[in-house]
Design a protein around this ligand. Structure first.
Ligand code: GLN
Length: 333
């Protein structure tokens, strides 16, 4: 009985157990390294068609003026880099900063100070939901939605919003070898509308005792959302979560990856955990970062988004790529 239940090792799988006999399992690292520019190009036309179903966000005037048919993709691994499309066009990170804000603070203030205040549960409400925060009595549901990230922005070291944003920007550029810069025009545009929703979120956070200085926290949050880079910069950030790193612990990488998987695409997170099966984060600027653990990172830019705030073309392109090259974490063959 006991021997019947013993799992066969991968190299000596026996077909009489019902498992397929397969001796060589190609790993995600090899699969990702094997992807060429020609592979990426394959879905260009279909992605362009899909992207037309999306819309530019209108609540940030400067984002509404972006060229909607821009398209860029890159894959970065430890040993290869492949790019295609408008890969030199910078984009603002918006919510793409959230996983990296969390990663920085995990290293800086530790898990306990963060998760004693912020939850780790997904939300079925929009990323800026005030109703969600109210029903949670002012406790942010997770770090991938605005309430969680606004709270986390209050933990950044520094006395001013500029020095807080700079401490994050500096650490990310140094750790990831990327070149994020603050997009001042975008910041002015974000600030031009008064930020009603995020201010209401900050108000609730203050009333519940999570933050003190609303202006400082909102200014900091807006600045870190307006850090800007190319898809190559985004993918390099992604590598911080994909590969062993000298100054980042694998436990912290695990925390951020799992929260991206469960919460990174807001209300669509579970759907894409099933359809794609990778930790992914989106931003309303139309950027996407997908992490292929132990292999590399994929970054895509296609500005038109769906009603949830995720890039339509980006998710389409990523899904085709992941299926064709069997990159899902849940792939067994
Ligand atoms: N700065 C944006 C906001 O707070 C980020 C949202 C997003 O990218 N989903 O609305």
């Amino acid at each position: 009985m006991i021997s019947d239940r013993t799992l066969p090792s991968y190299s000596i799988m026996k077909s009489n157990h019902g498992w397929e006999s397969r001796h060589v399992l190609l790993n995600a690292h090899d699969r990702l390294n094997g992807i060429t520019e020609a592979h990426l190009k394959q879905w260009l036309n279909a992605t362009q068609v899909q992207a037309r179903f999306g819309k530019l966000p209108t609540y940030i005037p400067h984002l509404a003026q972006v060229q909607p048919d821009l398209l860029a993709i890159t894959i970065q691994t430890d040993s290869s880099s492949v790019e295609f499309g408008d890969a030199a066009k910078p984009l603002v990170l918006m919510s793409l900063i959230k996983p990296f804000l969390l990663l920085f603070l995990l290293a800086r203030v530790g898990r306990e100070s963060i998760f004693s205040k912020v939850g780790m549960e997904p939300s079925d409400q929009p990323f800026h939901s005030i109703a969600q925060l109210s029903s949670d009595r002012g406790r942010p549901r997770n770090p991938m939605i605005n309430s969680g990230a606004i709270f986390l922005a209050s933990l950044l070291p520094g006395n001013t919003s500029a020095s807080r944003c700079e401490s994050l920007r500096y650490w990310l550029n140094k750790s990831a070898g990327c070149d994020l810069t603050l997009d001042k025009q975008m910041l002015a545009s974000v600030e031009s509308l008064g930020n009603e929703t995020n201010r209401s979120i900050a108000n609730l956070l203050k009333r519940a005792g999570y933050i003190d200085d609303i202006d400082l926290v909102i200014e900091t949050y807006n600045q870190i959302c307006c850090l800007s880079g190319t898809v190559v910069d985004l993918a390099r950030l992604g590598l911080l979560l994909a590969l062993p790193h000298l100054t980042i612990s694998s436990q912290d990488q695990h925390i951020v990856n799992s929260l991206m998987m469960t919460c990174g695409l807001y209300e669509s997170s579970s759907q894409y955990a099933m359809r794609i099966g990778l930790p992914i984060k989106s931003g309303v600027s139309g950027g996407l970062i997908a992490i292929v653990p132990k292999a590399g990172a994929i970054a895509i830019y296609s500005p038109a988004i769906d009603e949830i705030g995720n890039s339509v073309g980006g998710l389409f392109w990523l899904e085709q790529l992941v299926h064709a090259h069997r990159l899902s974490l849940f792939q067994t063959d």
